[in-house]
Design a protein around this ligand. Structure first.
Ligand code: MN
Length: 732
């Protein structure tokens, strides 16, 4: 095919593209397309692709995908023609804006900026994602152009060297496919998956490909026999429809074989048929369901009505499984033409419907946008880029559950959601003040995982407010970002209060500090900046009155020419002196102190963690991670026993740290994991514990690490082991 395309004259190619546009799009600005075509053709003139073809073949193919497969609009076709111009030629944004208008220029600019943004395992990632989100919010067509671009690159991946193929295919499978899923672009998602699969696991791909082909005829015959009576009855009933045996894509067959550990035949023999009705009436689908169940016996538990309750990404259809000839189970999907369009093309279909001015689909579009915005908001608050990326990926893969309010309203939440997630889904205020919850009438802890179909009632109290624990167990972006925002605001308020308390006392003592003097004092107190110091004052960790009184006394003493005393932290200093044995050098309130201390077992801090000390009776200082839930308990109670501690500089010793992980069980899994650990920076394993149930394992591993970075590297490495689904630091 490419040979003939190459030989075509540019005029012929242009006419062919214009033809596609006219056949598939609602309205076409011929001049715009022509101009973009000619410009791109000239701009890429001297470059060739890895295939040896002229580079222009690529933007043209991307434009054709947008016209024929996504059927978006002429603007995006023009943008597709130009999508590599900014990146690969000397022309800039301003120039495109002048020549093609702002919308086209913005699309090209957006597509250019996100070109390399999905690159995995880089710290700059969060920033990149943030930008991507921004562009998507501005104009969803940017991501659709990007999808088309990636699709053509994947389709022509065979020309690249193997290392590059693997890299691009991994990225496609990890990021582009789930993203396409989220945007409801099933068709593209499947192609992304199958093409990635082909390069990442060529043997399995070939094997399935071959088996599918050898059994094609037999399968088609079965489906023909199955659908004939349905066709007949539907025609009699006056329906216009399309009936097809739904082809399974290779990657999903493979996945099912692995997940259920079943041979190809058993997976492949699950037949599926789709009925697409040319009707605008959703209830016709139910009538057709009736007809089908009249012909074949339905399996009641397999009935799913996604028409009354659409999936989050807008998917609508009836799914039923019936018993076909020879007792084989056949899944039948029934939907209208429009539902089908949306199922296949997702956000792209919405885009074209939106242009037609339908308000119903606008609502779905809005939901997409708000979903993206939520992620974006969280990105803005994320202090750890890696964590953000993980959250982001996790959310792309999340399954959904249906949850009901006491009034019977339906909320759709990600699987694993807790009452707190649910509360935030209802309203920020409900979330911020939720103190308890009832699931199906029974009181449950706030961190309970809600099950599909549960009815949830939230109990609120004016005095309740979010705490750090919540942040750990909630799963929705909305809840996470709202809790974080609240905690930050709280911190700001406490800091503000501390500053006022300080100022008041300073005025009372008729003292005056320049900023420099103040900073010096704060440094002496071992706080890194004014904010953290005033926060400590506001929180009552620092007794500023006592401190200032002593400061005054010291000033007077100085005047009296007395030698310097060492005042500062009265009770604590005493404690340090009287503590029984010193074990390790810990930095307490900024000083290296030889006092008895040990690391709390509940949260297992390792160097690099943000830590805080708790002064125990008789056991010295227990060092916790600052976000340890045991410490969160103290912070509202006995704060006077909390002391600021830090890691000694240059301490090198082994710390124990735990890792929790789960995934699909397979042969050699444990040894693969332990191998990876011991090969990563010579890490020693202290112990491990694995449990397997229904093909899923979960386990924990205790390792010796030098610091947090070390631990993070190990976790990152384990994540890349095939079949491992989740890895996290083990916490109490
Ligand atoms: Mn490109």
């Amino acid at each position: 095919m490419s040979a003939t395309v190459q030989q075509e004259s540019p005029e012929l190619k242009l006419n062919r593209l214009l033809d596609s546009c006219h056949r598939n799009l609602k309205s076409v600005d011929d001049d715009l397309i022509r101009k973009a075509f000619q410009f791109s053709f000239a701009a890429h003139k001297d470059i060739t692709r890895a295939s040896g073809e002229p580079y222009f073949i690529h933007p043209l193919a991307v434009a054709t995908i947008l016209a024929e497969e996504l059927r978006l609009d002429d603007i995006s076709v023009a943008a597709a023609l130009l999508h590599d111009v900014i990146e690969d030629t000397e022309y800039e944004y301003e120039f495109l804006k002048k020549e093609f208008g702002q919308t086209v220029a913005n699309l090209v600019d957006g597509a250019t900026k996100i070109t390399d943004m999905f690159k995995s395992h880089e710290v700059t990632e969060a920033e990149s994602f943030r930008k991507l989100m921004l562009f998507m919010i501005k104009d969803i067509r940017v991501i659709l152009v990007k999808f088309a671009d990636r699709l053509h690159n994947m389709r022509t991946l065979n020309y690249l060297p193997q290392a590059k193929q693997i890299k691009i295919a991994t990225e496609t499978l990890d990021i582009y496919a789930p993203l396409a899923h989220r945007f409801g672009l099933w068709q593209i998602k499947w192609e992304f998956e199958d093409l990635s699969f082909k390069y990442l696991n060529p043997e399995s791909y070939e094997d399935i490909f071959r088996k599918v082909n050898t059994r094609r005829e037999e399968r088609e015959q079965y489906i023909q026999n199955f659908t004939d009576p349905i066709s007949k009855r539907l025609t009699e009933a006056g329906f216009k429809f399309e009936l097809s045996g739904r082809p399974k894509h290779f990657f999903s067959i493979y996945n099912k074989m692995v997940k259920r550990s079943k041979p190809f035949e058993e997976i492949y023999d699950l037949f599926a048929v789709r009925i697409i009705l040319d009707t605008t009436q959703a209830y016709d689908c139910f009538t057709v369901y009736g007809i089908v169940s009249d012909i074949y016996f339905p399996v009641p538990v397999r009935f799913k009505d996604y028409i009354s309750v659409p999936k989050h990404n807008g998917y609508q259809s009836i799914h039923t499984t019936v018993v076909g000839q020879d007792g084989k189970l056949v899944e039948v999907q029934i939907r209208t033409r429009k539902m089908h369009e949306i199922a296949e093309k997702g956000v792209a279909a919405h885009w074209s419907y939106k242009e037609a001015g339908e308000s119903v689909v606008n609502k779905q579009s809005d939901e997409w946008i708000s979903w993206v915005r939520e992620i974006f908001e969280q990105a803005d608050n994320a202090d750890n880029p890696n964590q953000f990326i993980e959250d982001f990926k996790l959310n792309l893969f999340q399954d959904e559950i249906f949850v009901f309010t006491p009034k019977g309203d339906l909320k759709i939440l990600p699987k694993g959601s807790t009452p707190v997630d649910f509360a935030y889904e209802i309203h920020t205020n409900v979330g911020n003040h939720c103190i308890g919850a009832k699931i199906n009438g029974k009181i449950v802890p706030l961190n309970t995982r809600i099950e599909n179909g549960n009815q949830v009632e939230i109990i609120t109290s004016k005095n309740q407010k979010p705490n750090q624990d919540w942040e750990k167990f909630v799963v929705t972006h909305k809840a996470k970002s709202k809790i974080r925002a609240f905690l930050n605001e709280e911190k700001r308020k406490v800091t503000e209060l501390g500053r006022e308390m300080w100022d008041k006392k300073v005025r009372k003592l008729k003292l005056k500090f320049t900023d420099l003097e103040l900073n010096k004092l704060i440094q002496d107190m071992k706080y890194s900046n004014q904010n953290s110091f005033f926060y400590a004052v506001g929180f009552g960790i620092v007794n500023h009155e006592e401190f200032l009184d002593r400061y005054v006394a010291r000033q007077i003493a100085k005047k009296d020419q007395k030698p310097d005393e060492k005042p500062e932290f009265g009770t604590f200093e005493e404690f340090v002196k009287t503590s029984r044995s010193s074990q390790k050098s810990l930095v307490v309130e900024g000083k290296s102190a030889n006092i008895q201390m040990n690391y709390a077992k509940c949260c297992n801090p390792v160097p690099g963690d943000d830590i805080i000390g708790y002064v125990t009776i008789g056991e010295g200082i227990k060092v916790h991670r600052r976000n340890c839930r045991n410490i969160a308990g103290y912070s509202t109670g006995d704060v006077t026993r909390l002391v600021e501690v830090d890691w000694p500089k240059g301490a090198h010793e082994d710390f124990m740290a735990g890792i929790r992980l789960s995934g699909e069980d397979r042969k050699g899994m444990v040894s693969d994991i332990t191998n990876v650990i011991s090969k990563t920076l010579n890490t020693n394993i202290r112990g491990l514990n694995f449990n397997t149930k229904d093909g899923i394992f979960d386990g924990s591993i205790i390792v010796y690490v030098n610091d947090v970075d070390h631990l993070v590297r190990i976790i990152d490495r384990i994540k890349r082991v095939e079949g491992v689904k989740s890895v996290a630091r083990l916490e109490e």
